[in-house]
Each structure stands twice: as structure tokens, then as C-alpha cells.
Design a protein around this ligand. Structure first.
Ligand SMILES: Cc1ncc(COP(=O)(O)O)c(C=O)c1O
Length: 413
């Protein structure tokens, strides 16, 4: 009998019938609070009526207007709409389909614009699953093992993961920047380094926010050496962190940002934003694709941005994020070594008494939560961080309900 490949892993046993806002209803009629949001994708919640209406209307007008053959209105409307939320210096856009493709696009642009072969990524970062982006991913060997050789030209520098080192944030940041300088002196000279590629908050790597001193340290070195600063905003973009983009927390200006996930509430579309000056250094025709900037996805993205604005979802993300983080901290029991996050990205790290990662307990907590109607995911190199990442429309009552379930889970595991 034909079946789904066993290489797909499913984190919960749920088969969805339908979903609305922050709630999923399964085929057996059970309700689940969805604190996974399709891994941070359904920003306006499942099936927001305005996003549904925009997509339905677009389906009847034009589904696919291949963007290297013709231009279509939803794509132009999206460019217009993004102009209102992007940093003003990032005034040129390119669109693809997935986060991985956006990261590949940023890599190609960085190499073509600088004429330099290498990039530096930061330890614990996740940038995708294509071979190039798997090479740049260092949040776990599970994303790159077994299909080497990977791509050349990628070097890895430390991220200031204070909890893991057992240091203060200042100590971890000083170490990370010192090692970066050492890497530039020993592994890839500045003249051969095209870009630093970094997440504002490590996502798959364990929900670890960066900090202002670290990102400003990257910016200063990038300016000094003509290296580009690429901020991967695939998970942190569009209000997820309580600001429109994650880097805005750190008073730093990126040269390129990558966009995907929350941009279109579930329709596959991604992109990169850079200055026109930088973008014009890419070789014309060197990027593209059959499906990039799909018309229905663009219409959904325009509606998503309107909903984010009209419903004040960035502010809701900040407020509900504080509620969730404080609640998760208050709920933490012995064996949870660290609770951290930014906006509606909240992680609880399970650590055994001897200080080692407690993967088994984190997995048990995630599974038990699913049984009790709260869908969660794990992350981190050892999968010992339970992450909460609800849609931006989540209500105060839903956060309270999730925290109540989480408290019961922690009392039992
Ligand atoms: C920060 C970051 N970059 C890139 C990606 C890759 O995106 P996609 O899975 O859409 O290829 C992800 C996906 O989780 C991500 O979180």
C-alpha cells in the first residue's frame, strides 16, 4: 500500500479537521490549543477571515502569474505594503517560496555583490534544509548528517549562548566577538568573507535571544571589513518578537533581511530585502524560480500585513509574550534550568540535576501537553527545550489556559 515516507516525523498524533485562530479541531472532534502555529507561520491565526477572503478572491482571478514571464498586481501590491513595514533603507525585494530559498538568495546576493566566497554563520543557527542552508545550519547534526559532502565556504562562530556556557551575557558576548575576530584572523580573512548570517533569536537552536552588544559588534566588524550583515528574520519577522522585525530590539541595521513564515499566514512565500544599491550588484537572471511570488500567496500576504496592522498584532505579541514568558517562568519546576524568549517565542530548557540536557523529560512534557490539548514543539541541539509559539492573535484567556495546562504537565512529568 502507498504511504507517507517514514522520513517525515510528526511531533503530535493530531490529524486536523479544521482550525480557527489559535485552535485546532481534530478529526475526532477534539479541540487543541495550537501553540506551534505551524512553526511560527500562521501569524494571524488559522484561517483568518480576511486572509481567507483575499485568497479566495485571488483564486478566481489569477492563481499563477509566473514572475519572470509576466508581472501581476498582487506582487506589486505586496511590494507596496512591505515598503510600509520594512526598514526604509531596505527598499528592494526579491521573492521565492520557502525560508531556505530566501537564505540561499541572501547567500547568492552576498557572494555576487562582494565577489567574496565565504560566509560566517553563528553556532546554533538554523537557516534551512537545502544542502547550502543545511551547511549553514548548526542547531543540530540531525539537519546535515548523512548527506555530505556539504557546501564549502561556511565558517562557524560562537553565538552568545550564556546559559549553555554558564556565563553572564556580557561574558558570553565578549567571548563570541573575540572568537569571531580570531576566525577572521585564522580561518577566513575579511577580504574573503562576504557576509555574517545570523538569527536575531536562535530558533531551532533553543529560543535564545541575541543582544545589542553582540549585534552591534557584528555591525561594527561588518562595516570595518566591507562584510554584509544578513539577519535571518524567517522566524522572528512580522511581529513574532513583539516588534515588526526581531533586529529592531537591538538597534542594529542589517544589509539584508530574509522573510518567510509569518508573512502570509500559511501560504508559501518568502523573500529577501536589501537596498537597491546592493540588490543591483546581483547578476540579473541569476535568481528566480517557477513559483516565486505566487499570486494567491501575495494576496494572502497583503491581507496578513493589513490584519497585523488593523488588529494591533505586534503590540499583542509583545503583551501576550510578556504574559507567556512570566507565566512560564512562574510555572518552572526543578529540572527546568532556564526559561527565556522574546515576544511570542518562549522556551523552557530542561536540564538534569548533573547539568546535562534532559531530553527525555522535555519530550515527555511535550507529548503529555498534546494529550491534554496543548500543542507544543521542542527545539535545541538536544531537543530539550519546549517552545511555545502561538499565533499573534492569541488571547489573554488562551495564554492563561495554556499556562494552566503547562503547570499540570510539569507537575506530572
Ligand atoms: C530562522 C529560520 N531560517 C530559515 C528557515 C527555513 O525555512 P523553510 O523551512 O521555510 O525552508 C527556518 C525554518 O524553520 C527558520 O526558522
Amino acid at each position: 500500500m502507498t504511504a507517507l515516507s517514514p522520513l517525515l516525523k510528526q511531533a503530535t498524533p493530531v490529524t486536523i479537521d479544521h482550525a480557527l485562530g489559535s485552535e485546532i479541531f481534530d478529526v475526532d472532534g477534539n479541540r487543541h490549543l495550537d501553540f506551534t502555529a505551524g512553526i511560527g507561520v500562521v501569524s494571524t491565526g488559522h484561517c483568518h477571515p480576511k486572509v481567507v477572503a483575499a485568497a479566495q478572491e485571488q483564486v478566481g482571478k489569477l492563481i499563477h502569474g509566473q514572475y519572470t514571464t509576466v508581472m501581476h498586481q498582487p506582487l506589486l501590491a505586496l511590494v507596496d505594503k512591505l515598503q510600509g513595514v520594512l526598514p526604509s533603507h531596505l527598499d528592494s525585494l526579491f521573492f521565492a517560496n520557502s525560508g531556505s530559498e530566501a537564505l540561499e538568495a541572501s547567500l547568492r546576493l552576498s557572494r555576487q555583490a562582494t565577489g567574496r566566497p565565504n560566509v560566517i554563520v553563528f553556532h546554533g543557527g538554523f537557516h534551512g534544509r537545502t544542502v547550502a542552508t543545511a551547511t549553514m545550519t548548526t542547531s543540530g547534526t540531525r539537519f546535515s548528517a548523512g548527506f555530505s559532502p556539504l557546501m564549502g565556504g561556511v565558517h562557524v562562530a560562537p553565538f552568545p549562548t550564556a546559559y549553555r556556557y554558564g556565563w553572564s551575557e556580557e561574558e558570553a558576548t565578549a567571548f563570541a566577538l573575540k572568537e569571531l575576530d580570531y576566525i577572521l584572523a585564522t580561518l577566513t580573512s575579511p577580504q574573503e568573507t562576504a557576509a555574517f548570517i545570523v538569527e536575531p533569536v536562535l530558533g531551532e537552536g533553543g529560543y535564545i535571544p541575541g543582544n545589542t552588544a553582540f549585534f552591534q559588534g557584528l555591525r561594527e566588524r561588518a562595516d570595518r571589513h566591507g562584510i554584509l550583515l544578513v539577519m535571518d528574520e524567517v522566524q522572528t519577522g512580522f511581529g513574532r518578537t513583539g516588534k515588526m522585525f526581531g533586529h529592531e530590539h537591538f538597534d542594529v541595521q542589517p544589509d539584508i533581511i530574509t522573510l518567510a513564515k509569518g508573512i502570509a499566514s500559511g501560504f508559501p512565500i518568502s523573500g529577501i530585502a536589501a537596498s537597491e544599491e546592493l540588490m543591483s550588484k546581483a547578476w540579473p537572471g541569476s535568481q528566480g524560480g517557477t513559483y516565486g511570488g505566487n499570486a494567491v500567496a501575495c494576496a494572502a500576504a497583503v491581507a496578513t500585513l493589513e490584519v497585523i496592522e488593523e488588529e494591533g498584532l505586534v503590540a499583542n505579541s509583545a503583551e501576550r509574550g510578556t504574559q507567556l514568558l512570566e507565566g512560564a517562568k512562574a510555572a518552572a519546576v526543578d529540572g527546568i534550568g532556564d526559561v527565556r524568549g522574546l515576544g511570542l517565542l518562549v522556551g523552557s530548557e530542561f536540564t538534569a540535576a548533573d547539568g546535562t540536557p534532559d531530553t527525555a523529560r522535555a519530550q515527555a512534557a511535550q507529548q503529555l501537553a498534546a494529550k491534554k490539548g496543548l500543542l507544543l514543539l521542542t527545539c535545541g541541539a538536544h531537543m530539550n527545550v519546549v517552545r511555545m509559539i502561538p499565533p499573534l492573535v492569541v488571547t489573554a484567556e488562551q495564554v492563561d489556559e495554556a499556562l494552566e495546562i503547562w503547570g499540570k504537565v510539569l507537575a506530572e512529568v
